[in-house]
Design a binder for this molecule. Structure first.
Ligand code: ZN
Length: 222
């Protein structure tokens, strides 16, 4: 078992992490998925992740992270808190403090357990919604800390870090999974699969990127 060819993908069943899953499948021989259950607003998210894992024949770990909800109830975890767009400069109320710190740490502990060197996460600084733990500098810093903590040489990969939403669609297309990602993933805060509800901030962001990409692709194919 060569751990250089083994990877864990932090996986939510959304557009970004599903694209990362296929990116990882191109790069590594053995890929496993980890999904964190923190009483997401739509429990459907876990279901969608489970289905995609099964469709791709990948081992899927679902870890209970309900403590996150206990520590930091917010719009993503509580149905009685509305998702709002942030005022200028403020963190949106979908921000869960420490979420990526915890998720990446647990994913890396899991990687250690299954003898994988690589951890892949779909965090992105370009469409930066103000989440400090999606920044490149944070991911790199945590990578060093995790390596020191376990005396290992893990590599945290962030293939979407500098892509905008249109470029993420382009990556899915290059990987040959454009339609799959478009139809099977769930990004919507209201739990509507594929194109989503069309109203929430996540749907608007996804649709804007998709429209941009389709326009660009049409231009190229002319
Ligand atoms: Zn939506």
């Amino acid at each position: 078992m060569d751990k250089n060819n083994r990877a864990v993908v932090v996986f939510s069943g959304g557009q970004d992490s599903t694209t990362c899953l296929f990116w990882a499948l191109e790069k590594f021989d053995h890929v496993e998925l980890v999904t964190f259950d923190y009483n997401q607003r739509h429990s459907l998210e876990i279901e969608v992740a489970r289905e995609i894992a099964e469709e791709q024949g990948l081992k899927h770990h679902i870890l209970d992270m309900s403590l996150l909800n206990q520590l930091a109830p917010n719009a993503l975890t509580r149905a009685d808190i509305e998702v709002e767009n942030a005022e200028d400069g403020a963190l949106p109320n979908t921000f869960v403090p420490g979420r990526n710190l915890l998720f990446l740490s647990f994913a890396t502990i899991l990687a250690k357990q299954i003898d994988a060197k690589h951890i892949i996460t779909g965090v992105c600084e370009t469409d930066f919604s103000g989440y400090p733990d999606c920044r490149d500098v944070f991911t790199k810093s945590l990578n060093v800390t995790l390596n020191l903590s376990m005396d290992e040489n893990f590599v945290i990969h962030t293939p979407l870090m500098w892509l905008d939403k249109a470029e993420t669609w382009e990556l899915a297309d290059q990987l040959g999974v454009f339609e799959y990602v478009r139809e099977r993933t769930l990004t919507c805060y209201n739990g509507v699969r594929g194109a989503g509800c069309g109203e929430c901030p996540a749907c608007k962001l996804r649709q804007r990127g998709l429209d941009q990409y389709l326009t660009r692709r049409k231009g190229v194919n002319k």
